[in-house]
Design a protein around this ligand. Sequence first.
Ligand code: FAD
Length: 283
Amino acid sequence: MNFEVLTPHSLASALDALASNEKLVPLAGATDLMVYLEAGTLAPCTFLNLQELWELRPVLALNGSLTLGALTTYRDVRLSAVKDHFPMLAWAAREVGALAIQSRGTWAGNIANGSPAADGVPALMAYDAEVDLASKNGRRSVPLAAFYRGYKQMDRRPDEIITAIRMPLPQPGWSDYYRKVGTRRFQAISKTLLAGRILLDANRTVKDVRMVFASVAPFTLRAVQTEGLLRGRHLTADLIGDATRAIQDEIHPIDDIRSTEAYRRRVTANLVRDFLAACGPVC
Ligand SMILES: Cc1cc2nc3c(=O)[nH]c(=O)nc-3n(C[C@H](O)[C@H](O)[C@H](O)COP(=O)(O)OP(=O)(O)OC[C@H]3O[C@@H](n4cnc5c(N)ncnc54)[C@H](O)[C@@H]3O)c2cc1C
């Protein structure tokens, strides 16, 4: 199989190249791209290899917020101390493929690939991540929760590269929850997945909450309506029941090769119950 690869050595030259040829395809770990190439689903193209761009190097900078350089891999996160502040990132990293994929695959590639079944994106979204993008014409940031518009449709122009992912440092008191349901415990694509975070006060009133789902909509879904139902309310068994019903109006699961709509609906409701009940005894 023949394909061309362009390897720029600075972000400026990479952005120049993209500006003059928007058909160039950015290539990071290539763990998604090589699968498409093998399957013949990738149109003939020239790859723009990002690996030599020091501006995108895998930094994990903790400084009031967390910045992941665009070439940060799952393994980088698993080996770093950021997991003390962002445990879900480590849990999600552990779920992605096996060690070889975790060593090559990047968080930015997971975002830009736009799969509704991505494992990294829900954890990032639950931490209120922002995506930093650069083009020859300038830089901008987009909240990850607003990045997707449809199946594989996202707020990234063809002349833009993701340079980094940023997240605010979580305040004390939040509880994190991450559960992927697949055919097997490991190395399976999810049938449904919930990345959740909740902040309760001493009276068990929900001060704030994030609920992000994979594989139950055309893109990674932040369930803002169900979050809204919970916010400001006392966390009771009745409220949890209401949340398991509300989530049914927000998700749009389908029958496909991995699962059925009915299974996804039922198990997603179970995940919501498990997440909320995991916060302690509910009266
Ligand atoms: C065996 C196997 C198992 C896998 N298991 C899982 C799994 O369990 N869970 C999961 O979520 N995924 C899984 N994947 C998919 C894949 O590993 C991840 O999506 C990974 O994060 C992709 O990152 P990458 O750096 O390899 O992206 P690449 O393949 O290099 O690129 C993916 C897409 O992102 C674009 N892109 C990459 N970087 C940038 C950037 N900085 N700016 C703009 N666009 C960019 C590329 O153009 C391409 O469209 C698996 C893949 C394989 C082959």
